[in-house]
Write a protein that binds this ligand. Structure first.
Ligand SMILES: Cc1cc2nc3c(=O)[nH]c(=O)nc-3n(C[C@H](O)[C@H](O)[C@H](O)COP(=O)(O)OP(=O)(O)OC[C@H]3O[C@@H](n4cnc5c(N)ncnc54)[C@H](O)[C@@H]3O)c2cc1C
Length: 347
């Protein structure tokens, strides 16, 4: 059952708000309540997922965090210190450790119904993208993906056509299910002086037809690509994996940057799949995005065009990347990249 009564009340108060002076809008905001779905990896809170809390705070109203997994109390306590968090709901069950959407979705739906939330938000990560469409289907509402900005409690801005057009969408659904772009809702470093309360959630113990077998994770001492302040990316222009490995890591080291790659570079085996930037890869918005041998196809731009400074090295003066770059160098990357690396090392 959807919380219809609550929705009707919300609608009635929204109608009332048009006749009330602005200062009277506070009680209306209090009725909004967001469930921010948080991620944990091996008993540690994935701080990137706190972007859901930032988005919830933008909406106004209360924000409740949700975590599930084995021995999840530690994660819940960590989340409870987060800025703007009113409550954390936790479900302690190892069946949810790997975040499989098949049993996580019914779990979430039960807890959404119990809490009567008006908004459910998760990061636009692999976990959020896999989970929330199922949750939306189970609740018979539309999901709104990759939200870049929140205009009001029912109006959201999101990219379409690989970021080539920006859509403003208004939802009349009683519960809004959103995944939000991590780079658009940065996580606040500060924590609240008061700690949020922690409460046990409902566990329907739904069976999962999918079994988690194993994972093969690429490990690196470098900054995490999605959250790094600087990113050095290489494309097909590097010609081979040997050249990619010879040129890109030393430049990234000289800048203390994470390494990224275009899909063509990944598909050609120059770089690991986890390094792909773009529509079907990661979204990044670092202070500096420096790329070499990348043409700037729209699907690549979709993942990095929010970077503060874009610098590009390309031998083709007409390459689309140079139209969005703040700094461009038209030249041969095999000459320019080693020179730049040497200068940075000396500097
Ligand atoms: C549904 C879909 C999703 C996609 N998702 C993504 C995605 O997430 N990320 C992504 O990146 N792509 C994605 N793509 C692919 C995208 O369309 C492009 O094919 C890809 O980005 C091209 O990669 P690239 O720029 O490395 O290669 P190219 O387009 O081949 O560009 C290579 C560039 O290197 C330059 N160059 C060559 N030699 C040198 C040299 N010696 N010195 C300097 N410059 C040189 C060339 O001038 C050229 O501009 C997607 C495509 C589709 C259809």
């Amino acid at each position: 059952m959807l919380p219809i009564a609550r929705y009707s009340a919300l609608r009635a108060i929204r109608l009332l708000s048009t006749t009330l002076p602005r200062s009277s809008s506070l009680p209306i905001l209090r009725l909004l309540s967001t469930l921010a779905v948080l991620e944990q990896i091996d008993g540690k809170l994935n701080s990137g997922s706190l972007c859901a809390v930032t988005a919830g705070r933008k909406l106004g109203g209360s924000v409740t965090g949700f975590v599930a997994g084995s021995n999840v109390k530690v994660v819940a306590e960590q989340a409870a210190k987060g800025k703007g968090m009113e409550k954390v709901v936790m479900v302690d069950n190892g069946a949810y450790d790997k975040g499989l959407a098949e049993n996580f979705a019914p779990l979430l739906v039960e807890n959404i119904k119990k809490g009567g939330y008006t908004h459910v938000i998760a990061s636009h990560s692999a976990f959020g993208k896999s989970l929330l469409p199922r949750v939306a289907a189970l609740l018979d509402v539309q999901q709104i993906s990759d939200v870049m900005s929140i205009q009001s409690e029912d109006t959201f801005v999101r990219p379409i056509y690989a970021g080539n057009a920006i859509l403003t969408v208004q939802s009349t659904d009683p519960i809004k299910i959103l995944t939000v772009r991590t780079t658009s809702f940065p996580v606040s470093e500060a924590s609240d002086s008061k700690t949020a309360s922690i409460e046990e959630g409902t566990d329907p113990k739904a069976p999962s037809p999918t079994e988690w077998i194993s994972e093969d994770l690429a490990t690196s001492d470098r900054p995490e690509l999605a959250t790094a302040g600087r990113v050095v990316s290489g494309g097909r222009g590097l010609k081979s994996k040997e050249e990619f490995d010879k040129l890109i890591p030393p430049l990234a080291d000289a800048l203390g940057a994470a390494i990224g790659a275009s899909r063509a570079a990944v598909d050609s085996g120059f770089a690991d799949n986890s390094l792909q930037v773009g529509q079907t890869g990661k979204n990044v918005a670092p202070q500096l995005y420096l790329c070499a041998g990348i043409s700037g196809a729209i699907q690549h731009l979709a993942g990095m065009k929010d970077s503060k400074v874009i610098a590009a090295i390309n031998k083709d003066a007409d390459a689309p990347i140079l139209q969005v770059a703040d700094v461009g160098l038209v030249g041969d990357l095999f000459k320019a990249v080693p020179e730049l690396t040497e200068k940075l090392k000396k500097g």
